[in-house]
Design a protein around this ligand. Sequence first.
Ligand code: CP
Length: 318
Amino acid sequence: MKKFTCVQDIGDLKVAVEEALELKRDRYQFSELGRNKTLLMLFFNSSLRTRLSTQKAAMNLGMNVMVLDVNQGAWKLETERGVIMDGDKPEHLLEAIPVMGSYCDIIGIRSFAQFKDKKEDYEERILEQFIRYSGRPVFSMEAATRHPLQSFADLITIEEYKKVERPKVVLTWAPHPKALPQAVPNSFAEWMNATDYDFVITHPEGYELAEEFVGGAKVEYDQRKAFEGADFIYAKNWAAYRDPHYGEVLSKNRAWTVDDEKMALTNNAYFMHCLPVRRNMIVSDSVIESEQSLVIPEAANREISATVVLKRLLEGLK
Ligand code: CP
């Protein structure tokens, strides 16, 4: 594998999940593969799970790891070409990228949507510059439009817990006080659409995701109807995608919070969320603390998805 930024990069999902479950049985079986190879993890945005699980995955494979928080301790980076650099950003990404590439073998990037320019966000300008100029395999640790390491971990978790071959999986919008990117729901939809699951998306009107991510999924505006018979409820907030409201919070309606009454409509569904989660906005205390909540095993599977991805990128170096 030469890069990992979207579902297509992982190839056959059944093969990838089998590889993940095999690695989960013994996560140190390739501990020599990464000897004398260095991973650079670059964060333009905060992280708990991605930072720790990806570093752990690299350590499982015997890699050396360097972590750089771009906005804390590094020179502020200019990302636009053609800018007269007379402001507070002393270094340009176009020099910084090949320099960083010269110190490592694989690069992971976290670079969220900035909500200033939809075209710029959806063209993945920062991620694409790393792919083009670093000279190294690049993987996404959540970019502007997708979070594939999360979606892969979500898929592994569903495969581990599903009770029927083709479960009904529901992605539901839920309220949040601040504007959040569409990367997690976009990516989850992309991965679910690549399976043969019965996949439904529910959200208030105005929160439609980009058509390229909705794909063939059923969109149901009545959340309660969507929940009927569901085997998995995947909650997430996202800001509006459609113009002229791109990046805006259109609703904080807590009638969309996932609670016991709504979970009772499901087929005793499991509850999922990528974390961090705002309790009693996205989900009630009782649902997230219930036996049906998978948020902890889902987060633990981030180490497994990252181990598979780094293993394949290491194999691609040869
Ligand atoms: N789910 C996830 O990516 O968590 P972090 O933002 O803490 O890395």
